[in-house]
Ligand binder design. Structure first.
Ligand code: BG6
Length: 480
């Protein structure tokens, strides 16, 4: 409403994520009239900068990418006029008090809500929430804090981080981002399942043979080698992004669309899963990884690629392999969910497929990026007098059907945090359950110093991924 103000503070304002994602997302929300009338954006970081310098920095990354209109430039200037900067250390109560004074001054005595985005390394999360005394901030309305992974390296360190954060914040104040949950196709998973009569009845071990969650990037760690070497691909992508997609894919129908109901179902999936063992994973590292960043040791065995087989021990999914594959420096940039259905029993057209029934597998593909699409591979008669079959796609290509550009994941998530919608954020019990699945295996990998298989930059990854899939009678859909 017009009487209250919203102050959004980006802590770590000069960092990469802030520049590339957060400021542009805030501008896009403003441009589309999603922000309350009375909002301001504050940058906080160690670098000395004036408001003007912050504005210059931000302005370089803003675009009117959604429905570019004539008022674009005007809107940009208005937005920049609402951006302010405060320099300070991350562990200084005094400097955060200065920020607080600045916030109050701009809020002009109106009732105020405050959102803090901690776009900083996790080892200083706790310093910041303590020094900024965010639990009892001087806001008269709510104070919320967005944090972004890594949330620890394993069960223990994650629990420790949660414990420390909860000394200074309530669980209601904490918004743990997994930006994959803000992606259009991931959000659409529930719509697809629960608002169409045709999919949900097939959504079980009775019809589905395996599910594949695939993430690949066609570039290496690019200057993030130091961070990456400490975490590896399993922690960077699988334990969060891919696992989150898996839980949404596999969960039972929630009681309602409320955040708690959805997250209750997601947690149940995680708790029904088999804890990963060494034999459930295979690792790779692209050649040249250790040369990517001077801080990466030459003999680093950090995986930049991994494939894993996961199982959900419940009535719906018993025995169905959920295969994950994630890698950097591969031949393509893509994220997708592939669902392979069972063979048709007593298939009348068997002989049309030769001996390879896999060629006749129905496959549903949700391409999360790039070029969002949902398509279903079906067998079809090639028109003509003979009886020749081929596989063809029923294809919903987003850019053909919905010409409007799709908002960035951060826009959706920032808006949700502002509106107090927690559906797409990770609850602490969910985080614990996610770590519990991966932690013992990660520990063993590291203790035994399991060496990843090297693969060439730009290739399709190590052959180990095929062996792992074959062990479960699966062929990767993206390679066939
Ligand atoms: C981040 C990972 O969470 O996601 C990065 O830390 C990865 O390593 C990125 O590159 C991928 O996100 P997107 O949205 O570009 O697919």
């Amino acid at each position: 409403d017009s009487h209250s103000t919203l102050s959004i503070t980006v802590v770590g304002a000069s960092g990469d994520l802030a520049k590339k994602k957060i400021f542009p997302a805030l501008f896009a929300l403003y441009y589309e009239d999603w922000l309350p009338q009375n909002f301001r954006v504050f940058g906080y970081a160690r670098t000395k900068m004036t408001d003007e310098e912050l504005r210059n920095m931000i302005s370089r990354t803003l675009t009117c990418r959604v429905d570019k209109r004539e008022d674009c430039e005007q809107k940009m200037n208005n937005f920049l006029g609402r951006c302010f900067y405060q320099a300070g250390q991350y562990s200084s109560e005094e400097h955060f008090a200065e920020l607080d004074t600045k916030l109050k001054e701009k809020e002009g005595g109106k009732s105020s809500n405050r959102l803090f985005y901690l776009s900083i390394p996790p080892n200083i999360f706790v310093d910041v929430v303590r020094c900024a005394s965010l639990r009892a901030s001087s806001a008269t309305g709510w104070t919320r804090v967005i944090v972004e992974k890594p949330f620890g390296r394993d069960s223990e360190s994650s629990a420790e981080l949660t414990k420390c954060l909860k000394q200074y914040l309530t669980e209601e104040q904490i918004f743990r981002i997994d930006h994959y949950l803000g992606k259009e196709l991931v959000e659409n998973l529930s719509v697809l399942r629960f608002s169409n009569r045709v999919f949900e009845p097939l959504w079980s071990r009775d019809y589905i043979r395996n599910v594949q969650l695939i993430f690949s990037e066609d570039f290496g760690t690019e200057g993030r080698g130091g961070y990456f070497d400490n975490y590896g691909i399993i922690r960077d992508i699988m334990q969060n992004h891919l696992l989150q997609i898996l839980t949404l894919f596999a969960m039972e129908t929630p009681v309602s669309l409320d955040a708690e109901d959805i997250r209750n179902e997601k947690v149940k999936v995680l708790r029904s899963m088999k804890t990963l063992q060494l034999e459930d994973v295979t690792l790779g590292q692209y050649k040249g990884f250790s040369k990517d960043d001077p801080t990466v040791p030459k003999d680093s065995i950090t995986p930049t690629f991994a494939a894993a087989a996961l199982f959900i021990n419940n009535a719906r999914w018993d025995g169905v392999p959920f295969l994950m594959k994630a890698g950097k420096a591969l031949h393509t940039k893509r994220a997708e969910i592939r669902v392979q259905f069972r063979h048709v029993p007593g298939n009348l057209y068997k002989r049309n497929f030769g001996t390879d029934l896999d060629k006749a597998t129905n496959e549903l593909v949700l391409r999360v990026q790039p070029d969002e699409a949902i398509y279903l591979k079906i067998n079809n008669k090639v028109p003509g007098l003979g009886m020749r079959l081929d596989r063809s796609d029923l294809n919903l290509l987003y850019k053909a059907r919905y010409p409007r550009e799709i908002p960035d994941a951060y826009e959706r998530l920032l808006l949700d945090a502002i509106e107090g919608e927690r559906r797409l954020f990770i609850r602490s019990d969910e985080l614990d359950a996610a770590w519990a699945l991966f932690s013992p295996m990660l520990k063993e990998l590291e203790e035994k110093r399991i060496v990843p298989e090297l693969y060439p930059y730009g290739s399709r990854g190590p052959v180990g991924a095929h062996y792992l899939a074959a062990k479960h009678d699966v062929r990767w859909g993206d390679l066939s």
